[in-house]
Write a protein of this length. Structure first.
Length: 291
């Protein structure tokens, strides 16, 4: 039977929430976790993953360009026991659905030449991921599929770069596992409601957060670690003041520390939170170095 590639999780380093309003964003692969199609049951196979693939097939049949995919083979493989093996925790904001889309696209797209443009590829992967979220930018599956750093620019176009884990080690980036599962959609909806009803909050996002995102992404891409650290602290302070509902009370205690700085990773609310600095002082949570 066919062997399948592994696809890895991702982290949205910079741009959380503001990216919804057209701000820049920067996402990187996270090799600590992976997903892979398989016919063999193992310790990481999703419960009822075959049923999930049956439902996903129905979605693709209804929403995709059939000429681009070998859906006959996909259905046959499902009937023969195709499964999803994954170490990516669901509801933690590191791209489990994006990795599944990457697995599907790699294995069953028969017209990859139609998506040689990164922006066309992002759009197509977003369509395939919309099954899970109702609407998707395509960023998560794009990072997973390319295994590259992806810069979403202010005009919505993308640039991809070879992933540089050394820079993340230099910045001492790490993830903190809050041990709280969350759903993205309610958090994003709450953010949009706040934007629509609170003009002061909207101004802070569009003037302050947009500017900070742009500056920290530029500093990161240029390898300017000291500027990254300073801007990371500013973003952390802004989020603690204006995005507190996205930070669980148990995690709030990790903000405003001397040894390290914390901020939301993705939607927040649970899952992983992103830190920069010396994480050795964090004892009560699992810490995962990035890089």
């Amino acid at each position: 039977m066919q062997s399948f590639k592994k696809f890895y999780s991702k982290i949205l380093l910079f741009g959380e929430y503001a990216i919804i309003n057209g701000s820049e964003g920067l996402a990187i692969p996270l090799d600590s976790y992976y997903m892979q199609f398989t016919f063999e049951k193992d310790a990481y196979v999703f419960d009822r993953s075959n049923e999930l693939l049956i439902e996903y097939l129905k979605y693709v049949q209804a929403h995709s360009n059939h000429s681009c995919y070998d859906l006959v083979r996909f259905e046959k493989d499902i009937q023969q026991g195709l499964l999803v093996s994954s170490t990516i925790p669901i509801g933690y904001g590191i791209g489990s659905s994006g990795a599944l889309v990457a697995c599907f696209f790699d294995a069953y797209c028969i017209a990859k030449n139609k998506f040689e443009s990164i922006d066309l590829l992002k759009k197509e992967l977003g369509l395939l991921e919309s099954y899970f979220h109702g609407a998707s930018s395509g960023l998560d599956p794009l990072v997973s599929y390319l295994h590259q750093t992806v810069h979403i620019q202010s005009d919505g176009t993308c640039k991809a770069f070879v992933y540089n884990p050394i820079l993340n080690k230099t910045l001492s980036l790490f993830l903190v596992n809050s041990a709280i599962e969350r759903r993205t959609a309610p958090l994003v909806n709450a953010y949009k409601d706040k934007l629509g009803t609170n003009p002061s909050f909207k101004s802070i996002v569009e003037k302050q957060l947009f500017s900070l995102n742009h500056a920290i992404i530029e500093a990161y891409l240029q390898g300017d670690t000291s500027t990254c650290l300073a801007l990371f602290k500013e973003i952390s302070k802004l989020q603690f003041e204006h995005f507190k509902e996205m930070i669980p009370i148990s995690i709030q205690a990790l903000f405003n520390q001397e040894a390290y700085t914390m901020k939301i990773c993705g939607a927040g609310g649970g899952g992983f939170f992103l830190g920069m600095g010396d994480a050795s002082a964090i004892k009560e949570y699992s810490v995962i170095p990035i890089g």
